[in-house]
Design a binder for this molecule. Structure first.
Ligand code: ATP
Ligand code: MG
Length: 233
């Protein structure tokens, strides 16, 4: 972590003509993302806003390659992921960190082991231990490494989830309503933390949020309506 703390490692993101439809259940389709175009510079922080059902989560899932678009292109850090095969996509997903509204921590594991968990399939527990300790300190949880999720507040659990999302040193962090389960003061703290981590590590961030105050703290706000990007400011 020491060297990366001072160097920007953010990924550039370019989305063009991106569309995704789902079956609506009544034989029709719902266009969740409709010809979306979006460019994010390395190290940028973009808020995705818009009413419920406007396509924020779908757009995040497409950018993170956990869902596949019907049309359009996504290029991240120079690689067109929409033209990548399965193995390249699996590699790509390891360069993306995800933070969710529900923290999704493993309840039987300590904070430290939750942070290390993404590295375990690659046999990197040893290196992960040190990195997890550094990251838990970076998110304000020094001394709480051995706590179980049930012993932590909601805000502290989200801090662990953010440390876990960063353990693979991602160029891109995608956060889907990361403050949605928190009271507004704690939510503000979590956004401050993400912005500090962005300044320290240069990680590009896309944050879906309903909170206009949080959106205002980001570099840019993208407004979605019925899957269409109607405004970027
Ligand atoms: N797997 C799916 N199957 C069918 N429809 C889906 C699926 N995922 C999303 N949709 C539909 O796509 C549209 C966009 O949903 P999405 O979850 O992206 O919205 P959102 O902006 O994240 O909403 P919220 O603010 O409530 O989280 C909605 O109409 C939703 O019902
Ligand atoms: Mg959503």
């Amino acid at each position: 972590m020491q060297s990366s703390a001072t160097t920007s490692r953010g990924a550039a993101v370019a989305v063009s003509g991106l569309s995704k439809a789902f079956p609506s259940g009544d034989g029709g389709t719902i266009t969740a993302v409709d010809h979306a175009d979006l460019d994010i510079a390395p190290g940028g922080v973009v808020a995705l806003t818009g009413p419920s059902g406007s396509g924020k989560s779908t757009l995040l899932h497409l950018i993170g390659a956990i869902d596949v678009p019907d049309a359009g292109a996504i290029t991240v850090a120079g690689t067109e992921i929409t033209a990548s095969g399965r193995r390249a996509l699996a590699r790509y997903r390891r360069t993306v960190g995800f933070v969710f509204q529900r923290f999704h921590l493993l309840s039987a594991l300590t904070a430290r082991d939750n942070v290390i968990a993404p590295l375990l399939p690659y046999g990197k527990r040893g290196a992960g231990l040190e990195r997890a300790t550094e990251l838990l300190a970076a998110v304000g949880l020094a001394g709480r490494e051995d706590a179980l999720p049930s012993q932590l507040s909601g805000g502290q659990q989200q801090r662990v989830a953010i440390a876990r999302a960063l353990v693979g040193e991602p160029g891109l962090l995608l956060a889907d309503e990361p403050t949605g389960n928190l009271d507004s003061a704690t939510g503000t703290e979590i956004i401050e933390l993400l912005l500090t981590l962005n300044a320290d590590f240069g990680t590009t961030m896309v944050i879906a949020t309903h909170d206009p105050g949080i959106a205002a703290r980001c570099d840019r706000t993208v407004l979605l309506r019925d899957g269409v990007i109607t405004r970027v400011e």
